[in-house]
Every structure is written in C-alpha cells, then in structure tokens.
Ligand binder design. Structure first.
Ligand code: ATP
Length: 359
C-alpha cells in the first residue's frame, strides 16, 4: 500500500506562513496533480512529502507509516525535477543506477533494473551517453529512469516537462500516462500546464495561498468549480465572468439579456437584488440563428484568433471583454456585432462578493 496522507500540515519560512493546516489523502495507485498560481506552495508541499524540506507542524504518512521525521532516502519515494539534476560525468546508465549502487545492490541486479526502465522509456540505445550528449527530452527520460529503477512506493514530479518544447511535452505526457496505466504507482505531480493536469490526473488539487481550494476529478473541477478562483484557473481560455443581478427568478446580465434562472439554480428564485457573477465558458456561447427568440448576447468582435481546429473570438459586451470558442468558418468578421446565445445547462453562478459557487 502506498497511500500518502498529509495531516494538518503547515510550513512557515520565518514569520511567513506558506502552508496552513493542509489535509490531503492520495490513494494507493492514484495520480494526483497539484495546480495553483505561482507561489501558492505546490513545490514546498511536494518537498515536504519528499523529506527535502522540514515541516513546521503536522504529519506525513506514506503507506501508513509516519515519515515526517525520516530522511528522503528512508521514505520509499523518488522525485523527478524540472531541472533533471543528472550527474554530468556519469553515463545515462550510471546516472540511473547510482542510487542502487549507493544502496549496495549487486551490479547484476542494477544492470537488470536499469535495462528494464530503459526499455520502458525507450532509451536503451542511449545508455552509454553522458548527459551533454543527450537532448532535453532524452535527459528527462534518464531522470525518470533514475526514479523508476528504485521502484519506489511513490513518485513525486515537480514540473518534469516544463523545459521541453511543445511537441516533446505532448509525447512525454502521453508516455507518463501510459506508464501510470501499466504500473499504477502512486504519483503526486506539480504542473502549471492545464492540459497536463486535465489529461494525467485522477484527481486535481487546486491550491491557493497554501490551502486547498478544491479537490476533484478533472471533470468536477471543470464543470463544478466551487469558486471563481477555480473556475478561472481550470480551462483555457478562461471562463467568462459577467456581472449580473438576480430579480424575480431572472438573471439580469449587465449590458446583456435577462433570462430565467436555469433549473440548477431554482433555489435562488426568491433572491431579489443579489449581485452575482454569471460564468460562461468560451465554448458555451453559440451564434444565435436568426429565427431564435431566446435572449441573446450582442457581442462585437474585436479580435479573431484562428488556432487551427478552433477559433477564438475576443469580443465586447458593453464594456466587458468576452472570449468565445467557435468552429473555424462560423466566426463573425472583426468589428461585426453578432447575437450569441449561451448554453443554459453549462452556466455557472457565483456570489459577487464571496466569489463562491451558488450551485
Ligand atoms: P511556482 O509555481 O512558481 O513554482 P509554487 O506554488 O511551487 O510556485 P513554492 O515554490 O512552494 O510555490 O513557494 C511558496 C512560497 O514560499 C513562495 O512565496 C516562496 O517565495 C516561498 N519560499 C519557498 N522556499 C522558500 C525558502 N527556502 N525561504 C523562504 N521562502 C521560501
């Protein structure tokens, strides 16, 4: 069992609290991704789990064992860094086997484990090369191989793909996913990349100022964000948030239409004058057919961004900017005002003051 439990964990640097009373359980075999704005404490949390950073309070348990005070090598974890951190004077094979050598594992067994990892990572032909003779992607594979040969209970990844170019990132992402599906290790993975988070995670942990704002499956965070913070953070381009007021069972959008509260928000029908933010994802806007009588948003396109398989229209609704995602060929011309309707099932409502979801 390689469950990771973080219990009432806190961390301060001097007088500054970075992590506060954080609780998180990562199940055996689960792939959990930590996301959040720069400085929210993702790396600090990962380093505490690894044992590279002391805790200021709380407990960390791996496989049911309290490891809070144990050194990294006694935690049965392996960490893969953004910087690879390979030894320049050693070959790929020596880098991968180094920790086993330190642990006095017989050479024949080291060779076997290095070979097995190299096969999985498709770097068997590169084992005799030094890091400077490898590309960035190949170095990252060696760094992953070094973690794999130890067959740890838990893998910790700190933005492992962020130094790679876009194409390599995509292929390495798919490989990490494939390996996890095959081996089912417990993984905690920090990234800034939306797509990595959405595609790799069994569950995403959205962090904000050293706390957990929401934990859930990628689908839950995307479709049911608990706050405007999560709503804006997950999804690219981000969700549009339009100021509106509730009145007589209606949502009255500033510079936009009035329409009846969708069924999911029927419990708000008697709220009069409550200020809200109406959340509409870029793909939830559709060009309204001429015959359509439903209330529409009159949006003036100010910028068109073609992105191959889709096109983003940046438009104005009154003095608000909105982003709409459309199929290429269906977009309006620049400067044109077009009527759009919003998919009522895909609407989000947040309280304007607390910014919490009203669902
Ligand atoms: P990023 O996404 O930019 O990597 P992060 O969410 O991983 O950010 P951390 O690196 O965990 O954030 O840092 C959290 C906060 O702790 C930051 O404000 C950072 O400046 C601070 N911090 C991190 N390490 C130290 C340290 N050794 N001494 C003092 N402050 C630190």
């Amino acid at each position: 069992m390689a469950q990771v439990e973080v219990i009432q964990l806190s961390k301060s640097f001097g007088s500054i609290d970075i992590i506060r009373d954080l609780n998180l359980t990562v199940n055996d075999g689960e792939f959990v991704v930590l996301v959040g704005p720069s400085g929210c404490g993702k790396t600090t949390l990962l380093r505490m789990i690894a044992g590279l950073e002391a805790t200021s309070g709380g407990e960390i348990r791996i496989g049911g064992r309290d490891v809070t005070k144990l050194s990294p090598k006694n935690r049965d974890i392996a960490m893969v860094f953004q910087s690879y951190a390979l030894y320049p004077h050693m070959t790929a094979s020596e880098n991968m086997g180094f920790s086993l050598k330190l642990a006095k594992v017989p050479q024949a067994q080291i060779d076997e484990q290095v070979k097995r990892a190299a096969k999985m990572l498709r770097i068997e032909h590169l084992l005799d090369r030094k890091p400077r003779e490898l590309s960035g992607g190949q170095r990252q594979r060696v760094a992953m191989g070094r973690a794999m040969v130890r067959n740890p209970a838990v893998y910790l990844f700190d933005e492992p793909l962020s130094n790679l170019d876009a194409q390599l990132r995509t292929s390495m992402r798919a490989e990490i996913k494939r390996m996890h599906l095959e081996e089912r290790q417990t993984v905690i993975y920090v990234t800034h990349d939306q797509i990595e988070a959405m595609t790799l995670a069994d569950r995403i942990v959205a962090m904000r100022s050293g706390r957990i704002e929401q934990i859930g499956t990628p689908d839950e965070l995307y479709n049911y964000p608990v706050s405007t913070f999560v709503a804006s953070f997950i999804g690219s381009p981000e969700m549009n948030l339009l100021p509106a007021v509730l009145r007589d069972g209606q949502i009255m959008v500033e510079s936009g239409p009035n329409f009846a509260l969708p069924a999911a928000f029927a419990h708000l029908k008697d709220e009069n004058g409550r200020r809200v933010l109406l959340g509409i994802r870029p793909e939830a806007f559709h060009v309204a057919p001429r015959s359509m009588e439903a209330p529409a948003f009159a949006i003036t396109a100010s910028l068109i961004e073609p992105c191959g398989a889709e096109v983003y229209v940046i438009g104005e609704l009154g003095d608000r900017e909105v982003t709409i995602r459309l199929q290429p060929g269906t977009e309006p011309g620049r400067g044109e005002t077009t009527q759009f309707y919003a998919d009522l099932k895909a609407l989000h409502l947040f309280d304007a003051e607390t910014e919490r979801s009203l669902r």
